[in-house]
Design a protein around this ligand. Structure first.
Ligand code: PRX
Length: 648
């Protein structure tokens, strides 16, 4: 299922960029000793890393591994908000900027570690006043404003499990996630800004809460002067709650294995699953990788452009950077608002030194033209990073040359919602980079490329697995442990974690990620399950059947093509395809809208009734059809092919 053309491009790539000598001289890691130490005794390596956290009670056990269940540091006690705040405010970091926030309309706020500590304490108190207790779930549906960070850390402080839902998801998606987690409080805002328009968050939240009756209270942050409905008794303004809250809340000493959060992500089957992360292991992973992969230095100004609604924001805006005590920039809005140079304007304005973004964004910037980048002084930048999808060598080179001015190492970081933190990535002071390769596993991570029987492939293509547990590994799927075992630990048995990705290892042992091998489509770095989109499509009264596939897209990496069978005559209607796209947008959220909707009288199926997506992909991408011998009725596919060849 791996895209052959992608392999061909990668096979030809032979450029190598060693770390600049000046970078290595001051780098936190400048040789292979960490890799060697972790290779020799990975438990000792992780225990050493874990001791860098602040513990209420130091652990004595490192790893208990009863495949596929792992426990790390299990007899230790700690609190994540203490690690992100309290331990910094007793040092000179107290008055250092933690978050330099830039709103889309141009407003800005700076919160020092002390400010953030005060806000988090107050809001932790406010949540307690609403009756939130240790182990309760709290849903967050907020724009990229500091209160989102405050809310997450306030939950962590009192031991509540947060479940952040990306603010681009629909009311139905939000309701599903709230219900699955049985959250009792929802935190949202009156609205948010996106490309100059208002996101009607409170309005969407109201719709969701109608369907999710587990919600007892809704907290509303005032972001603007947006018109909203307040339901007395249920809804509370954030700022009013803060006025009545205590100044200080004692942090809850959490067991290392107590859950810190769940985050929903799409899989190949069923509804999105709540990936659950444990407090200590997750923090160890996030802190270690932030420090080492971004090569943090005292004077850094770090910026990760992800949204906190995804795992990247959890690990590399909230927990990793704050645990490390960095100063970071956080931006609310779109990269092209008001102009296409907004990101570079921000880099120049705050003197950003470390910059982490997605390949989709890089390809978009490339398309917009170098002039938007070159207009600004980017000489403060020292390191660039990417995440979320394979980066094609051309985009990697552009990033290096135009943004990094050939000075900055690039860290292409492979990881997943489930892995919690980066797994395969260069260490920027040590690893020579090849454009398009995430290079090699980080210290303490045992990634491997295997064949269908789980045998290591020394050189060549196969499936990406992880052979040993690591601290920030997901612990379960919320409410469905079976699904956890089935999804990640059944393909190659309970000892080996299956990533769902295909990968190739080259003769130098470098890993090249080739993308998903399951029915998950990676649209602009966001995971969308084909089944979710298909369910959304068939929920439309006029749709009889639907099948979705991922097709190559020059900017987004992949896009969704939907093949649908509709009630007779409707496909002739001029804007019916658009109506269906909108319908999916309303059901799931705009990211799940198919790029193309193709009508078909019926779908190609095997004799046992399985839809042959491989053939649909061939048609959507205009390729010669693969093997059709297993089809129940080959005329279906011939008709489809004819139709779309004539009318692409
Ligand atoms: O296919 C891989 C791709 O994104 C998937 C994980 O998606 P998600 O859980 O949403 O997390 C994204 C942010 C960590 C992976 O299975 N992916 C992620 N990073 C890379 C990547 N593919 C290639 N190169 C990467 N650096």
């Amino acid at each position: 299922m791996t895209d052959k053309s992608a392999i061909d491009v990668l096979l030809k790539e032979d450029r190598v960029f060693p770390p600049p000598e000046s970078f290595t001289q001051t780098a936190r890691v400048s040789d292979h000793s960490l890799h060697k130490q972790a290779e020799a005794d990975f438990e000792a390596y992780w225990a050493e890393r874990a001791r860098l956290l602040s513990w209420h009670k130091m652990f004595t056990k490192t790893l208990e591994w009863t495949p596929p269940t792992c426990k790390w540091f299990s007899d230790g006690k700690l609190n994540a908000s203490v690690n992100c705040l309290d331990r910094h405010v007793v040092t000179a970091k107290r008055n250092q900027a933690a978050i330099i926030w830039e709103g889309e309309p141009g407003d800005s706020r700076t919160l020092t570690y002390y400010d953030l500590h005060r806000e988090v304490n107050r809001f932790a108190g406010a949540l307690k006043n609403l009756g939130v207790k240790k182990g309760d779930r709290v849903a967050l549906y907020l724009p990229m404003i500091p209160e989102l960070v405050v809310s997450m850390l306030a939950c962590a402080r009192i031991g509540a499990i947060h479940s952040v839902v990306f603010a681009g998801f629909s009311a139905d998606s939000l309701a599903d996630r709230i219900t699955d987690a049985e959250a009792k409080v929802l935190i949202t805002a009156d609205g948010g800004w996106r490309r100059g328009k208002i996101l009607q968050l409170k309005h969407i939240a109201d719709e969701a809460v109608k369907k999710a009756d587990c919600i007892e209270s809704v907290v509303v942050v005032k972001r603007g002067e947006f018109k909203i409905q307040i339901e007395e008794g249920r809804d509370h303004w954030y700022h009013r709650l803060m006025d009545d809250a205590p100044r200080y809340v004692e942090p809850e000493p959490m067991d290392a294995e107590d859950l810190l959060f769940t985050l929903y992500t799409s899989g190949s089957t069923g509804r999105p699953k709540g990936v659950a992360h444990a407090t200590a292991g997750y923090l160890v992973g996030a802190q270690t990788t932030t420090e080492l992969v971004f090569d943090l230095q005292e004077d850094d100004v770090y910026w990760c452009t992800a949204d906190i609604g995804w795992i990247t924001g959890h690990s590399y805006i909230v927990y990793g950077p704050l645990a490390c005590g960095v100063t970071q920039v956080m931006y609310e809005g779109a990269p092209d608002w008001p102009e296409r140079d907004r990101f570079w304007e921000i880099v120049e304005k705050y003197g950003v030194t470390k910059f982490y973004t997605a390949p989709t964004a890089i390809r978009t910037f490339m398309r917009w033209g170098d002039e938007h980048v070159k207009k600004h002084d980017l000489s403060s930048l020292r390191l660039l990073g990417t995440v979320g999808e394979p980066i094609n060598p051309a985009a990697w080179m552009w990033y290096r040359e135009v943004v990094g001015e050939e000075r900055c190492p690039i860290v292409d970081t492979w990881w997943q919602t489930e892995t919690g933190s980066m797994m395969i990535s260069p260490l920027p002071g040590v690893t020579p980079c090849k454009p398009g390769s995430a290079t090699k596993a980080l210290p303490g991570i045992f990634a491997d490329v295997v064949d269908h029987d789980g045998k290591s492939i020394k050189s060549g293509g196969g499936l990406l697995v992880v052979r040993k547990p690591w601290p920030s590994m997901l612990r379960t799927v919320w409410g469905d442990h079976e699904r956890f075992v089935e999804t990640y630990f059944s393909r190659f048995g309970p000892e080996i974690y299956f990533t769902g990705d295909g990968a190739k290892r080259d003769d130098d042992g470098y890993i090249w990620i080739l993308g998903r091998v399951d029915d998950v489509i990676n649209v602009a770095g966001h995971r969308v399950g084909t089944m979710e989109v298909e369910s959304a499509l068939v929920s439309h009264d006029d749709v009889v059947e639907a099948a979705c596939v991922g097709v190559v897209d020059p900017v987004k990496g992949q896009a969704i093509a939907a093949f649908v069978t509709v009630r007779e005559g409707l496909e002739q209607e001029p804007d019916f395809a658009d109506q269906l796209r909108e319908h999916v947008g309303e059901k799931i959220g705009p990211i799940a809208k198919p790029k193309t909707v193709l009508f078909t009288a019926s779908l190609p199926k095997t004799r046992s009734g399985k839809i042959m997506r491989r053939l649909l992909r061939d048609i959507a991408e205009g390729r010669a059809l693969g093997d059709t011998t297993t089809l129940a009725d080959s005329s279906v596919i011939e008709a489809l092919k004819k139709k779309y060849e004539e009318n692409p």
